[in-house]
Design a protein around this ligand. Structure first.
Ligand SMILES: Cc1ncc(C[n+]2csc(CCOP(=O)(O)OP(=O)(O)O)c2C)c(N)n1
Ligand SMILES: [Mg+2]
Length: 741
């Protein structure tokens, strides 16, 4: 079995020499000589990079072999679209990248790609962290290899262009920019593609400007699974509001004509286009893929004979622009050039410490633009009739509403959106009146799709906005987890800290809602948020903390480009009382606008050598328990409200327990994979070994409907019991007394 890369490589030279070209599938359109040769050069370079990548991999000198062979027609998009048109690219976009790099003096596309292939620390986009197509000067944010996950972001970026203009926000993209996203044919079946096409269609059919070009590079197969011939066209063509244009990926003149048409529609009319480029896949899916396991040899050879490079060679030769020898020379000269650059690249250092690798988890570039809180006159105007309430004691829900209002005044680039957040003001009215205060361009309802919500947030953030999307209930975050976990959280890492997608995701969270909802409205697991490197998770237990923490979140997003998750404990939204009905113990003054709680700063209540580490509802219940422990058992406890759940505020925790004899962890999450596991680990590793430690958590169960949830979660009583146990008070004796309270 011959190595297909060598076959394709040798076939090109041999067939060109013999003028043995494949027959054209489509008619030749007008193209000028210079453009055609320039495109051909990019196509050749892309092909040779694929071949040399495999040669290097075989020698253990590089790490990646998924190539662009067969897709080289995409060089045309690199020429037709401006280098400032943000591009979210398919992993077979080598020729696009090379051609676009020619638009900008000083860019060396070949070098960029080789450095990425060998994971050199100097790789200009990922610093050796991944083989990606990405570049800051070329406006190409790097993409992960998760199929189709870049499409929702592209839609967000497209929407951001007009939105920035409407709001006069100083955006990064010019108002006549177009957004491009490319992907494969099998990727069309992915939920992320389908939801983006749907959302795009939904917006476009209401005439909202969406200057977005979807480029489907259809090679007829996804790894080993064939895509039926008409599938792409049939499944896309009927979508309202999206133009469908097909082009022949083996004919650069046809791609040129069709992509100019696509560009015109997107740039001038600001309407979305689906550009369907039919091409072939050469050299299998990746170097490790043995195509003969699932494809007949005849078919492999037939496809290879339709090499797009041979098609371009034919076009150029027949136009009389280059002789056969000149074409062969161009190919050979490029090979020598790329080999020389590869030789240089393999000498370059790679990252060699954990610190170096991790340095890019957080964006490097900080935004110098500092926004200040609004003055009293403006606040009075914007709050309107609610202004008087600012000096009254208010619950958590109202204080988040006030804080969002103040922050929207402070940050003109802040947007609030999600399901039912606008007219209705949110299921719990947290966002009530925001739309009336700031208009429908800054506070808006989205379609019912969390992937679109979080994906658009990323795209908006790429263009200078600070999105504050809402996820209606924590359980629904999981529908869109990939946009947070796979995309937003990794952008800084894979771009060596150069790209950032700041955002504050608000999520109505956790359990304890009395008589409402069951599991889906009372999800008490935050495990999925705790292992996201670089992402900050905040969770306030009361109104003033929420306001002060939200201010810090917005500042970290704006100034440091951070991704933050703000968990709002639903059950405490409306809570008024603490110890007894009517005591109004959980209503507080709204803190003045300059007050903040910084990341890592914990809340401390009371004193004692028994410390309770807790958060949210656990903190509220611990406060109740503390009073009874004091009154009935003469035990005083110190309660630490963790506030910041990830990364754990380790320093503050260790400081607060430094004099403790006993620590009780009260975690309303489940026993397994909950915060308490992290806390116990921290204490075992870093606290005094004499410390007595205990935890109470939720059960490893989902929250049921009705009232039975109370048997699963920590309660005031179980906290008291646990503290008594830590004090070695006989439980049997105490039990009777406890229930009396
Ligand atoms: C979400 C996700 N699932 C599975 C994969 C593994 N995978 C990588 S490429 C690929 C096939 C993609 O086919 P297609 O979209 O046609 O692109 P092509 O490689 O043919 O250009 C699959 C299944 C992935 N990267 N992401
Ligand atoms: Mg494919």
């Amino acid at each position: 079995m011959l190595d297909r890369a060598s076959v394709v490589d040798e076939q090109f030279i041999k067939r060109v020499k013999e003028a043995d070209f494949p027959t054209a599938r489509t008619a030749i359109s007008a193209i000028d000589k210079k453009t055609a040769i320039e495109l051909f050069d990019s196509q050749i370079k892309s092909r040779l990079l694929d071949i040399i990548a495999r040669e290097m991999k075989e020698k253990g000198l590089s790490f990646y072999t998924i190539g662009s062979s067969g897709h080289e027609g995409n060089a045309v998009f690199g020429q037709v679209f401006r280098h400032t048109d943000m591009a979210f690219l398919h992993y077979r976009s080598g020729a696009f990248y090379l051609q676009r790099s020619k638009q900008l003096q000083g860019c060396d596309g070949v070098r960029d790609i080789i450095l990425s292939l060998v994971a050199a620390a100097d790789d200009p986009i990922a610093g050796g962290r991944h083989k990606v197509f990405g570049s800051v000067p070329l406006t190409i944010p790097p993409q992960t290899s998760t199929i189709a996950s870049h499409l929702p972001k592209a839609l967000g970026a497209a929407v951001s262009i007009t939105r920035a203009k409407e709001l006069a926000i100083s955006s990064k993209l010019a108002t006549d920019s177009v957004i491009i996203c490319s992907f494969g044919d099998a990727s069309i079946n992915h939920a992320s593609t389908q939801t983006t096409l749907n959302a795009c269609s939904w917006l476009a059919s209401q005439n909202y400007p969406v200057p977005l070009v979807f480029i489907c590079e259809d090679n007829g197969i996804g790894i080993s699974v064939l895509t039926p011939d008409d599938w792409i066209e049939n499944s896309v063509k009927q979508r309202p509001g999206i133009h469908y244009i097909a082009c022949d990926g083996l004919n650069i003149t046809d791609i040129h004509e069709k992509s100019q048409e696509a560009q015109r529609i997107a740039r001038v009319k600001k309407q979305p286009v689906f550009l369907h480029m039919k091409c072939v896949r050469l050299l299998g899916h990746a170097g490790s893929d043995i195509e003969s396991q699932y494809r007949r040899q005849n078919d492999i050879e037939r496809i290879e004979s339709d090499d797009p490079l041979l098609h371009t060679a034919r076009i150029i030769y027949e136009a009389g622009w280059m002789s056969l020898d000149a074409i062969v020379d161009l190919y050979k000269d490029n090979r020598a050039l790329i080999e020389a650059k590869a030789m240089e690249a393999i000498q370059l250092p790679r990252m060699n410490t954990a610190a170096e690798v991790m340095a890019s988890l957080i964006p490097k570039t900080h935004n110098k633009r500092v926004y200040l809180p609004a003055d009293e006159k403006r606040r009075m105007q914007v709050f309107g009739t609610a202004y008087n309430q600012l000096t009254m004691k208010r619950n958590l829900c109202q204080q988040i509403n006030f804080a969002l209002t103040d922050l929207m005044m402070q940050y003109p680039n802040m947007l609030v959106f999600g399901e039912d957040v606008a007219k209705k003001g949110g299921v719990y009215r947290v966002t009530a009146d925001l739309q009336a205060r700031f208009g429908q361009r800054r506070v808006f309802d989205t379609i019912l799709d969390e992937t679109t919500i979080l994906g658009s947030a990323i795209g908006l953030a790429h263009n200078g906005f600070i999105p504050v999307p809402e996820i209606q209930f924590l359980a629904y975050l999981h529908n869109a987890e990939d946009q947070l976990r796979g995309e937003a959280a990794t952008l800084s890492f894979f771009s060596n800290g150069q790209y950032q997608n700041p955002m504050v995701i608000r999520i109505a969270s956790l359990a304890y809602q009395k008589g409402f909802g069951g599991h889906f409205h009372n999800d008490n697991s935050i495990a999925v948020l705790r292992d996201l490197p670089g992402v900050i998770v905040a969770c306030p237990s009361n109104g003033p903390d929420a306001a002060k923490m939200l201010r810090t979140c917005l500042r970290l997003a704006q100034e440091e480009g951070r991704v933050l998750v703000f968990l709002e404990p639903i059950a405490l939204y409306m809570t008024k009382d603490l110890h007894a009905p009517g005591d109004n113990g959980w209503l507080f003054d709204y803190p003045s606008v300059e007050q903040t709680i910084e990341n890592g700063e914990v809340g401390v209540y009371g004193e004692g050598d028994t410390v309770i580490l807790t958060y949210a509802n656990g903190y509220y219940l611990s406060r109740q328990a503390a009073k009874l422990l004091e009154e009935k058992h003469d035990i005083s406890v110190k309660i630490v409200d963790l506030r910041w759940l990830s990364p754990l505020p380790a320093e503050a925790i260790l400081r607060e327990i430094s004099k403790a004899k006993r620590v009780l962890i009260v975690d309303e999450g489940r026993k397994s994979a909950s915060l308490s596991e992290g806390l116990i680990t921290l204490l075992m590793e870093q606290a005094s070994s004499r410390l007595k430690i205990k935890r109470i958590t939720g059960e490893d169960c989902f929250i049921p409907l009705g009232t039975a949830w109370q048997y699963l979660l920590p309660s005031r009583e179980s906290i008291i019991e646990a503290v008594l146990a830590l004090h070695s008070v006989k439980r049997e004796k105490e039990r009777g007394r406890l229930t009396v309270s």
